[in-house]
Design a binder for this molecule. Structure first.
Ligand SMILES: [Mg+2]
Length: 381
């Protein structure tokens, strides 16, 4: 496998002169509910970036509202339009490392950086007539997919949802939990799925005062406890991991490779979830993978969830040999009434297989893009 850092250093020069920014909105099949809030429409910013001959696509997929993180679709659009794109376009970057450095200087918003960085990487691959997978030296293999089930008002509705979405089509089942919706949620799911691989994601809803909940859940043979405590509560997570056998997985806490190193050295987790959006692109994700690999900590690929472009990017990286658990990326039809990529992302034998082809393998359907675009900004220099 190629060393991505050598590759990044030798990827230039890069001059981007054209950008199209599409803010899109696609209805969801059902609300996506986690411990801190819910969304009923998928909003995302899709970015086409190139030089007139070649282009790549990026996605900025902050969750609508501000309950998941401080980044929002409105904020990302505004930063891209008003500061980041005008600063990046029509300049020569000697390499992708230089572009990344500039993005870090321009904005702390990783959802914005991720859109530009991933689009620029695809541009580099297209220019070399390679797929991104070939460019990164990542193998072509099916990616095991896991089903995620959000929060429901009561156990009967939760069980209906589990039956409807059928976890047996997937490699495992993940349940969202929150305070007062936890132990009975797991027991209700277990009664339906038996020994099927299962775990919980708390999206940071708990603290050490809730230790007894996790001690009780420790007897449920769960694969992991994902992000039990607040994003910055590494000490609490260390204490929890001392008290339970179930591995703690960190998600929201890990924004950088340095976060991953600190969490692992503090023994605050035994598994790391990586999201391209949360960490700001491929290079930081690859650095996190490297840190986890040095410490034998397994990683897996999460999702916001994104639309097709962001999902395809995540799937491409999830084929990296160090990814050990099924991804959260699900087929397009799981959450959305439609998508802008073609072919649709589909499940087969519990896995998703990226199509062969340039870039990330999927194409953007221009008609659908037009249908779901709320605002379009063109930068043509
Ligand atoms: Mg999570």
């Amino acid at each position: 496998m190629l060393n991505p850092f050598t590759l990044a250093a030798n990827s230039g020069p890069i001059v981007l002169t054209k950008a199209d920014l599409f803010r899109v909105c696609i209805p969801m099949r059902e609300p996506f509910r986690i411990s801190s809030g819910e969304v009923i429409r998928k909003e995302a910013i899709l970015l086409r970036l190139g030089d007139g001959a070649y282009h790549g696509w990026g996605e900025s997929s902050a969750m609508g509202g501000d309950f998941y993180s401080s980044e929002t679709p409105e904020g990302c659009e505004s930063e891209l339009v008003n500061s980041v794109l005008p600063a990046v376009l029509n300049r020569e970057f000697p390499s992708m490392l230089a572009l990344e450095e500039d993005l870090v200087r321009l904005t702390g918003n990783r959802f914005v950086r991720g859109a530009v960085e991933t689009a620029a990487w695809e541009f580099v691959a297209q220019r070399r007539h390679l797929s991104l997978r070939q460019l990164f030296g990542i193998p072509d293999r099916p990616i095991a997919s896991g089903l995620a089930i959000g929060l429901y008002p009561d156990v009967a509705e939760l069980q209906d949802a589990i039956r409807r979405y059928d976890p047996y089509q997937y490699g495992r089942l993940k349940l969202k939990i929150k305070r007062t919706h936890d132990i009975e949620v797991v027991k209700a799911a277990r009664s339906l799925v038996g020994n099927f691989p299962l775990f919980v994601d708390a999206n940071a809803d708990y603290s050490l005062s809730d230790l007894s909940t996790f001690v009780a859940l420790d007897n449920e043979s769960l694969m992991m406890f994902e992000q039990p405590f607040g994003k910055d509560n590494f000490d609490g997570s260390t204490e929890l991991q001392r008290q339970v056998r179930t591995p703690v997985c960190l998600d929201e806490s890990i924004e950088t490779a340095e976060d991953a190193r600190r969490a692992i050295e503090m023994e605050a987790c035994r598994v790391v979830n990586i999201k391209l959006q949360r960490v700001g692109g491929y290079l930081e994700a690859l650095r996190i993978i490297q840190v986890c690999s040095e410490h034998n900590v397994p990683v897996w690929m999460g999702t916001m969830p994104e639309l097709g472009i962001g999902s395809a990017q995540a799937l491409m990286l999830a084929a990296h040999p160090l990814f050990s658990f099924p991804t959260d990326v699900e087929p397009s039809s799981r959450w959305y009434l439609d998508d802008v990529v073609t072919p649709a992302i589909q499940l087969s034998n519990s896995s998703i297989h990226l199509p062969a082809g340039p870039g990330v393998g999927y194409r953007v359907d221009e008609k659908k893009l037009e249908q779901y675009t709320v605002t379009h900004r063109n930068f043509d220099i």
